[in-house]
Write a protein that binds this ligand. Structure first.
Ligand code: AMP
Length: 714
């Protein structure tokens, strides 16, 4: 041994870690470390890595340093094999809709789906989806045929999804809330020959050559088809769905998911996370987010019940609370934003409710609040490209740090360094995922597919892996901690957004010379910066309207800042960190800014400013134009109530200026009525619809102004 290892631990040393290398006839390495920061196991492993590296240097003195791995064989095996021992046999032909059909035979009268006042039994859902599947086959749907689904949330949505899958086809969610131009891109890129829709939505869609089937107005014809079906065999590699996600090149990209991947996920959740015949799932997620698949299919596969929350319910903490209670939900899956929304309304988890949280990092304070009453909470992690979730972990008290756990069945995780080698435990690298959850690739984009779906040189020979772009590290026990992103992909209230796509959309607007979009925190919102060409007369409102034509609401920035020049770094690239934060100093006076006068108006304006993170709000500024979303509404309501002002979300929607609100609040006796009847005023859906329309800016925007304009909504 040329290297004598020695680890010395001490409680009190000035540095967290000191490494002494003492050359001589044999080289001595001594580590001195603070025991509060490191443990003996990590230090011993670190020394072993140094030894491995030193030996490799001697063996291959001419190799580039990056090509040498510090991992000793034992650690390599642990990382590649032991922590990925996830192989579990399953029937790849056990597609969820086949199991659903068996459930329908066993319990035809049990309620399968609830949506508002509608209830549909297993028998009815089965029969109706059989009829639709015969009809769709007649319209040319075969295995791997993509069928667009452009429908609101109702029991019919499940008839539609099951009908498509039973016909052998795969569905493409075409969200009714997306702008027409975006939907047209998705229809074009996926080349769907058939689109399933409903009469009042059909006109929103430029469906080109696709045949439209209206599930409501065409039902009389569909109902002529048989209520029975016998042949539903499908190959596990056939497509189940294609879901579009934000694309950095300026166009959304379609992720193609085969049945095998969906089946593996559903069976894992049934077995490991647990969902049974007596369970009731409150489904809150829009179909265009892949995780909706778990909420809708897992209950139907096992004979349980799915309760569909409408988009309005899902954006309204009070309504969600009521639904959870009235429908006696036992499981809900949601992003951290929705869990926070619920807590903002004063909700405490219903006894026995199991919570699945995913889609973005689970903050520890949120986790602690959710488990404070003894409820079961799972943190679930995974990209669309590896099918819904790729890892799960139950969060127990004192869970710090929050991890995403270990991979699910038939799934492998690798933390890979820049040289494409496995990173040592504790060292950050990119998370690569292999196994049965992998998508086929991106629809019609072979180059993009080849870039992200790669063949890994470690692990099972030639294993195909998806490079997630997530920065992660392994903990001592193998669990994976997600630390951030390698690229410009962000999450805003659970929505996956490529900032590059928003920047591309800006770049297409006449007069924009350069631009950058960043996510700012407190409050979380998108801020766009732009430099305009001389004499282009661009205003934030012009930009907002242009973007709203192709981007969903949640991708339209809340604020724009005009700059004279973009800050650049040494490489001539935009220096994002040097972009100024919007604050009072860089807001130029708006022409008709009316300062709040009375004490009440000032109090209200201060709350709005704080919640929306805006430096100043005038009497006439419309909340709907200030980038407020449903979470902001609830935060404003909660803070107002705290100081004894009778404000709730629907009051805000009906009186969206400080002036108007002060009038009604002033007239109401305190303490406030906590909840008004939801039917009394404009609903959140109307609020969201209104926000999609170009807003009339009441205020002129002065040059160099930070202008608050319409922003995101969930
Ligand atoms: P999506 O494709 O919309 O499901 O987004 C996937 C991305 O969301 C992942 O690559 C992560 O960056 C992030 N993500 C999802 N779930 C989690 C989680 N539980 N913890 C941390 N990040 C998450």
């Amino acid at each position: 041994d040329f290297l004598v290892r020695r680890v010395i631990s001490v409680e009190r040393t000035h540095y967290p870690l000191t490494c002494l290398v003492l050359p001589g006839r044999e080289m001595n390495v001594k580590l001195v470390y603070q025991t509060a920061r490191f443990d003996a196991r990590a230090m011993t492993r670190f020394l072993a890595q140094m030894q491995t590296l030193a030996e490799a240097l001697l063996d291959r003195p001419n190799a580039p340093v990056a090509a040498l791995s510090p991992l000793a064989e034992a650690e390599r095996r642990q990382q590649i094999l032991d922590w990925n021992e996830t192989v579990e046999a399953y029937d790849r032909y056990e597609h969820f809709h086949r199991r659903f059909m068996r459930q329908a035979k066993q319990r035809p009268d049990a309620i399968a789906v609830v949506s508002g006042d509608e209830r549909m039994s297993y028998g009815e859902l089965d029969a109706r989806s059989n009829q639709l599947s015969h009809y769709l086959r007649g319209a040319g749907v075969k295995p791997n045929t993509l069928v667009g689904i452009h429908m609101e949330r109702s029991t019919d949505l499940l008839v539609g999804l099951l009908g498509i899958l039973k016909a052998g086809g795969a569905y493409v969610p075409l969200d009714p809330r997306f702008p027409a131009e975006r939907l047209a891109m998705m229809v074009e890129d996926s080349a769907t020959p058939v689109i399933l829709t409903q009469a009042d939505l059909a006109d929103n869609l430029d469906s080109r050559d696709a045949k439209r089937v209206c599930i409501d107005t065409d039902w009389a014809e569909i109902a002529r088809c048989s209520r029975q079906i016998t042949d539903i065999d499908g190959h596990p590699e056939n497509l189940a769905y294609t879901i579009f996600t934000s694309g950095s090149t300026g166009r959304p990209k379609g992720v193609q998911i085969p049945h095998r991947a969906l089946t593996n996920l559903l069976l894992t959740f049934e077995r490991r996370v647990g969902f049974g015949v007596d369970d009731v799932m409150l489904a809150v997620t829009t179909l265009s987010f892949d995780i909706a698949g778990l909420e809708l299919y897992l209950p139907l596969m096992v004979g349980g019940r799915v309760v569909l929350a409408s988009a309005e319910d899902a954006a309204d903490g009070d309504r969600l609370q009521t639904l959870l209670r009235e429908e006696a939900a036992t499981v809900m899956q949601a992003t951290p934003a929705t869990w926070r929304l619920l807590l903002t309304t004063g909700w405490t988890p219903n006894p026995g409710l199991r919570m699945w949280c995913g889609g973005e990092a689970l903050p520890i304070d949120l986790a602690e609040r959710l488990i404070a009453y003894g409820n079961v909470l799972w943190n679930v992690y995974g990209p669309t490209e590896t099918t819904i979730w790729s890892s799960t972990v139950r969060i127990l008290p004192d869970a710090s740090p929050i991890t995403v756990g270990l991979p699910i069945a038939n799934t492998s995780f690798y933390v890979v360094d820049e040289a494409g080698q496995i990173a040592p435990v504790g060292v950050a690298g990119e998370l690569w995922i292999g196994g049965d959850g992998l998508a086929r690739g991106y629809s019609g984009k072979p180059e993009m597919t080849a870039e992200r779906f790669v063949t890994a040189r470690f692990g099972a020979v030639g294993q195909r892996c998806y490079r997630t772009g997530d920065i992660a590290r392994r903990l001592e026990d193998g669990r994976v901690e997600v630390l951030g992103r390698l690229d410009q992909q962000i999450k805003l209230r659970g929505f996956r957004i490529e900032l590059g796509e928003i920047e591309e959309a800006h770049a297409k607007v006449d007069g924009v010379l350069s631009n950058a979009v960043v996510l700012r925190e407190d409050p979380a919102r998108l801020v766009a910066y732009y430099v305009e060409r001389a004499a282009s007369a661009l205003t934030p409102e012009v930009l907002r309207q242009a973007l709203a034509r192709t981007l969903p609401d949640y991708m339209v920035p809340a604020l724009w800042m005009r700059l004279d020049a973009m800050p650049l770094n040494a490489n001539g690239k935009i220096d994002r960190r040097a972009l100024p934060a919007p604050d009072a100093a860089n807001v130029a006076p708006m022409a008709d800014y009316l300062p709040p006068q009375t004490e009440l108006q000032q109090q209200l304006a201060a709350i709005w400013q704080e919640v929306l993170g805006l430096p100043r709000i005038g009497l006439g500024d419309n909340l709907l134009d200030l980038g407020a979303d449903s979470i902001h509404l609830f935060q404003i309501a909660a803070r107002s109530m705290r100081v004894g002002l009778a404000v709730n979300a629907s009051t805000l929607l009906r009186h969206p200026t400080v002036a108007a609100l002060a009038e009604v609040v002033g007239a109401t006796a305190t303490p406030a009525r906590p909840i008004e009847a939801p039917s009394a005023g404009p609903s959140l859906a109307q609020f969201q619809r209104k926000r999609r329309r170009p807003a009339v800016m009441e205020t002129a925007v002065a040059a160099t102004a930070v202008a608050a304009t319409l922003g995101n909504s969930d």
